[in-house]
Design a protein around this ligand. Structure first.
Ligand code: NAD
Length: 494
């Protein structure tokens, strides 16, 4: 592993590093060995006010608001290039703070961050309104204007990538930003600040206030001068954000929330896909993914074979040092998350499910770190807690089913609706089932097909609005209709 270059840990406002007003700091820990990595400046409401003023000023009086969309795009692309250039260090930092394998940090998180910004950089000068035909006496057109100052609040599971998913469309639309990363993983966002400055974003376009949800997050959602919030996190916090928006200035919200995604294997699926799914998809990010395939529905004729192949493959997954290239699962992000997941495992056992594999702590070399074994439950009923609630850790339930109608009903029997997988050689079946699933993403014969140009978001309590793609840009725009009457002029001249 190369030497780690830690970022500046102050608040970043107006392209400057500043201490928080209170001077307070919070600690961030390495989930592999539970040791302190560093202390980070802790913001509060007063710091949020300063950051929002900086963002407002940059929007209304600064260079950013006057810049051509082409120049805006050029700066976003330069930012993407800088992320690419600093990929190694960003990846190491992400693994240090979050615990995910370095291969994933580099090959997925940071690569996707860069690709997302590149995609939206290309959009900046293609955001345009329409002309609306009414009659020969009117010309009406829409202007797509930046919605204004936006707050971006994100979770700890893909810290850099989730921020870039929101930064891309917000910057392309011409907004200015106050961002708050998770208090568990502040490091990569801090590192991005210097790249933002180097890319040439004018002061105040991007501001970062680290801190806690109950203080910084709460101040952002209740702020009277923030025009929109885009949030990724739990459904519980999503409700609080929406409440803050409703109780303040009715700012619109985009909410990317939790999930309990079904993954359906039909009798005719390609057997190789079972092994591939087990090896490459299921336990990726230790299932600390909003769209993790947590509920496996397996059609009865292949149930036994599925369980055997799946279990064998899962047994081969390596848990351990995230800096080792062969590691599939690192530790969970925090002690809190580790204990929460073990609590769900115990609940599964006490409610009568069979713990088929795993089911406890994974003991790493020195006994330290927040590791949990990949865990498979069988003999699960649909109403058990482990089948209903988001666990956000390496735990799957395997549920046999008989008919197509039955599996559609059971797959949809969730308060969530984020993603779903379908595995079959019958494309008609796959498309018909996909049409009936209440889910923001459906992946057929693959899982996690997430790309910058494909919208991502949830049905039901998995969220409101979409990240990624052209659809995401729309949520960072205000649409102004300008209508010109040429009736009078025309009448006078004739
Ligand atoms: P969380 O809701 O606890 O925290 C997310 C962010 O919100 C953090 O920055 C936190 O500090 C902040 N926050 C907490 N309380 C707040 C408040 N009262 N007001 C404003 N902000 C507040 O979620 P988490 O534990 O960090 O992340 C895990 C959750 O995120 C899971 O439920 C997961 O499904 C969800 N998630 C969803 C997506 C998606 O795209 N749908 C992606 C990743 C994670």
């Amino acid at each position: 592993m190369s030497k780690i270059l830690l970022p500046n840990t102050k608040l970043f406002i107006n392209n400057e590093w500043v201490e928080s007003i209170s001077g307070k700091k919070f600690k961030t820990f390495n989930p592999v060995n539970e040791e302190l990595i560093c202390e980070v400046s802790e913001g509060d409401k007063a710091d949020v006010d300063i950051a929002v003023k900086a963002a407002r000023n940059a929007l209304e009086n600064g260079e950013w608001g006057k810049m051509t969309s082409e120049d805006r795009g050029r700066i976003i692309l330069k930012f993407a290039n800088l992320i690419e250039k600093h990929k190694d260090n960003l990846a190491i930092l992400e693994t240090l703070d979050n615990g995910k394998p370095l291969t994933a940090s580099k090959g997925y998180d940071i690569t996707q961050s860069e690709k997302t910004l590149r995609y939206f950089g290309g959009w900046a000068d293609k955001i345009q309104g329409k002309t609306i035909p009414i009659s020969n006496e009117y010309t009406s057109m829409t202007r797509h204007e930046p919605i204004g100052v936006v707050a971006l609040i994100v979770a700890w599971n893909y810290p850099c990538m989730l921020l870039c998913w929101k930064l891309g469309p917000a910057l392309a639309a011409g907004c200015t930003i106050v961002a708050k990363p998770s208090e568990f993983t502040p490091l990569t966002a801090l590192y991005l600040c210097d790249l933002i400055k180097e890319a040439g974003f004018p002061p105040g376009v991007f501001n970062l206030v680290n801190g806690f949800g109950s203080t910084v997050g709460n101040a952002l959602s209740h702020h009277m001068d923030i025009d929109k919030i885009s949030f990724t996190g739990s459904t519980i916090t999503g409700r609080l954000i929406m409440e803050g928006a409703a109780k303040s200035n009715l700012k619109p919200v985009t909410l990317e929330l939790g999930g309990k995604s079904p993954n359906i294997f039909f009798n005719d699926c390609d057997v190789n896909h079972i092994a591939k799914c087990a090896k490459d998809y299921v336990f990726s990010n230790s299932m600390q993914s909003c769209c993790a395939p947590t509920r496996f529905f397996v059609q009865e004729n292949i149930y036994e074979a599925f369980l055997q192949i799946f279990t064998e493959k899962i047994k081969q997954l390596k848990v351990g040092d995230p800096y080792d290239n062969d590691t599939h699962l690192g530790p969970l992000v925090s002690k809190q998350q580790h204990d929460r997941v073990l609590g769900y495992i115990e609940k599964g056992k006490s409610e009568g499910a069979t713990c088929h594999l795993g089911g406890g702590n994974y003991h790493h070399a020195d006994g330290k770190g927040y590791f949990v074994q990949p865990t498979i439950f069988t003999n699960v009923t649909d109403n058990m807690t482990i089948c209903k609630e988001e666990i956000f850790g390496p735990v799957v339930v395997i549920l046999p089913f008989k008919t197509v109608d039955e599996v559609i009903k059971r797959a949809n029997d969730s308060t969530y609706g984020l993603a779903a997988g379908i595995w079959t050689k019958d494309i008609s079946l796959a498309l018909n089932v996909s049409n009936k699933l209440k889910s923001g993403s459906v992946w057929i014969n693959e899982y996690y097909s997430i790309m910058p140009s494909i919208p991502f978001g949830g049905y039901k309590q998995s969220g409101i609005g979409r990240d990624l793609s052209e659809y995401a840009i729309q949520s960072y725009l205000s649409i102004k209709a300008v209508t010109i009457s040429h009736k009078t002029l025309y009448a006078q001249q004739n």
